[in-house]
Design a protein around this ligand. Sequence first.
Ligand code: C5P
Length: 237
Amino acid sequence: MELCVALDRPSLDENLELVNIIKAHDLWLKIGFRSYIRDGKRIIDELKNINPSFKIFLDLKLYDIPNTMADASEEIADLGIDMFNVHASAGQRAMTTVMERLKKRENRPLVLGVTALTSFDNREFIDVYGSPIPKKGIQFAKDSFESGLDGVVSSVFESNSIKENTSSSFLTLTPGIRPFGESSDDQKRVGNIYVARNQRVDFIVVGRPIYNSEDPKGSVEKILTELSTSESKSCEI
Ligand code: C5P
């Protein structure tokens, strides 16, 4: 299981300040709407300057007509990032078109489908999608798998079921992680590291519990230590 730190600070300088504090670790870093709309490609270049081994997840959740999504995916691949995502609710034709375009490239980024945003509770999700999260979320995961994506973004509670309905190697990335039970903020479906391990999650995304903590470096190290202990525990089983 890998740690992906969400860079959602209010300015480029504050994001870079955070990254400089944690740069000793070859982490995954998540650039979302806020940072990318404000800073564009510059933030990617600055992060790679700080540590070329950082892996970058560009969390822009594409949703548009198939051709526009595929065009945007090619532009994203040209940025040299390592992973990005699209909304699975954009449909199988859109996702397949994206993958057809990207597979012509030698080093394409990983592509994930967003199933259900972790800020939705079941009632809100039904209002938008007409079915409950456990049912529709799995359907979105199956659609992503059949369209050739590498994995999905889901809540921590759906990861096992997604793997059982697709493949154990189909990646799951889960935001809404409060590693040691910190405040859930605006997230509705949050879980800790132990839940994530039991759910065979591949990437945990952690934002506020790290950057709002008094000691972000200490927080990252505590999480990494727990993850490596978890890995060795699961190897022993
Ligand atoms: O601060 P926190 O740990 O809640 O940050 C979670 C991050 O993951 C935010 O950047 C949020 O936009 C993102 N995200 C999410 N739920 C999704 C997909 C992405 O919370 N389904």
